[in-house]
Design a protein around this ligand. Structure first.
Ligand code: NAD
Length: 363
């Protein structure tokens, strides 16, 4: 088994070092190989996703990814910007299903901006379709308007589209995930306004016939945005398109207090995946040694569970993270009165210690 390690930019390198340390301690005999991606790859090879990095990602059994991006690349042409590496990896590896769990650890209920009783025990899973929708639909571009409110004016346009197989495969993923959880899927659409999402709703309803044991509800995206902050525990699995999922998964992330806690997985048809924290490269805190490495460490746990068939090892990492939080150790993003503020490396060391059976104390 081979894991491709792509740390990326900004805090990516700092948080990845901790995840690699934790993986190494499990002694599972995996090979790891590291490569540049994002801005770091652009600096070295003139492209955010060089051929050598893509070949490594294709050959590996799983990819562990840090984060990419920096404001200094904002003026580069779009194809050379660091974030294009993520889109390229998704496309070339066929990663169509994005899993973003939003779990609120008991110890962190106060870190959320919502009332503790609304989020205590929260455990929801957002499944976002990742390779279709308005983000990839053609045609797109700029032109002179020939009709609309201002004929003759400059305009820009994108195309929202989904094919039946694209919707069917993500619907199957969602129903199967719900079967292993609490058995409920909420399909989020905008069928009242958009043809694409009326079709989405129809196809999801058809696929549901093969899963009579799973409850299906449909919800408009505006209502879903509202319900996520009003009564988030009503959800179990939420499945939606690329753009709605992009927005709702960030909203769900904040329910739990910090984006620094949230792992994610992007899977292909055969459960090969790319695993990454839900946050970006955080240029504002990069190099300071204060970033929270737990989202990346928990992404490594997801990788062990989904792609590398090591559920016990995944459980061990998750329990170690829980033990460290229970002991009161916190990076700055989740710190509160009465807990101990630690840096990136110290947090990684504490997870490692918990993993090897040491008792973690606040001092
Ligand atoms: P961001 O997620 O990097 O940061 C948002 C805020 O959260 C910042 O205040 C940051 O300090 C904080 N934060 C993020 N991760 C943290 C962690 N682990 N510990 C503590 N605090 C953390 O989003 P942004 O500032 O909008 O974007 C910064 C760069 O990252 C941009 O170039 C953007 O394009 C890129 N980005 C990359 C990815 C990715 O690699 N998958 C995702 C989102 C954004």
């Amino acid at each position: 088994m081979k894991i491709a390690i792509l740390p990326g930019d900004g805090i990516g390198t700092e948080i990845m070092a901790e995840a690699v340390k934790v993986l190494g301690a499990l002694d599972l005999g995996f090979d790891t190989e590291t490569a540049l991606v994002g801005g770091a790859a652009y600096e070295a090879h003139g492209h955010p996703l060089p051929e050598s990095t893509l070949s490594l990602a294709k050959a590996a059994d799983a990819v562990l990814f840090g984060a990419v991006g920096d404001w200094k690349y904002d003026k580069l042409e779009r194809a050379l910007r660091p974030e294009q590496a993520i889109l390229g990896l998704r496309k070339h590896l066929g990663l169509f299903a994005n899993f973003r769990p939003a779990i609120c650890y008991e110890e962190l209920t106060h870190a959320s901006s919502l009332k503790p009783e609304l989020i205590a025990g929260l455990d929801i899973l957002i499944i976002r379709e990742l390779t279709g929708d308005i983000y990839f639909g053609q045609p797109r571009g700029r032109r002179t308007a020939v009709d609309g409110h201002f004929p003759g004016a400059e305009e820009a346009f994108d195309t929202m589209r989904y094919s039946r197989p694209e919707i069917e495969r993500i619907a199957h993923v969602a129903f199967q995930a719900a079967r292993k959880r609490r058995g409920k899927v909420t399909s989020v659409d905008k069928a009242n306004v958009l043809e694409t999402f009326q079709f989405w709703k129809d196809v999801v309803t058809e696929v549901h016939r093969s899963y009579p044991d799973v409850e299906l509800e449909h919800m408009y995206v505006d209502n879903a945005a509202m319900q996520l902050v009003r009564a988030p525990k009503k959800f179990d699995v939420v499945v939606t398109g690329n753009m709605f999922g992009d927005i709702l998964s960030d909203e769900a992330a904040m329910l739990t207090g910090s984006i620094g806690m949230l792992p994610s997985a992007s899977l292909d048809q055969r459960n090969k995946g790319l695993y990454e924290p839900s946050h970006g490269s955080a240029p504002d805190i990069a190099g300071k040694g204060v970033a929270n490495p737990l989202a990346t460490i928990l992404s490594a746990a997801m990788m062990l569970r989904f792609s590398l068939n090591q559920p016990e090892a995944a459980d061990r990492i998750e329990s170690a993270v829980q033990a460290v939080l229970a002991a009161g150790l916190r990076t700055g993003d989740i710190w509160s009165e009465g807990t101990r503020r630690v840096g990136t490396r110290e947090m990684g060391d504490a997870v490692l210690a918990a993993l090897t059976g040491k008792t973690i104390t606040k001092s």
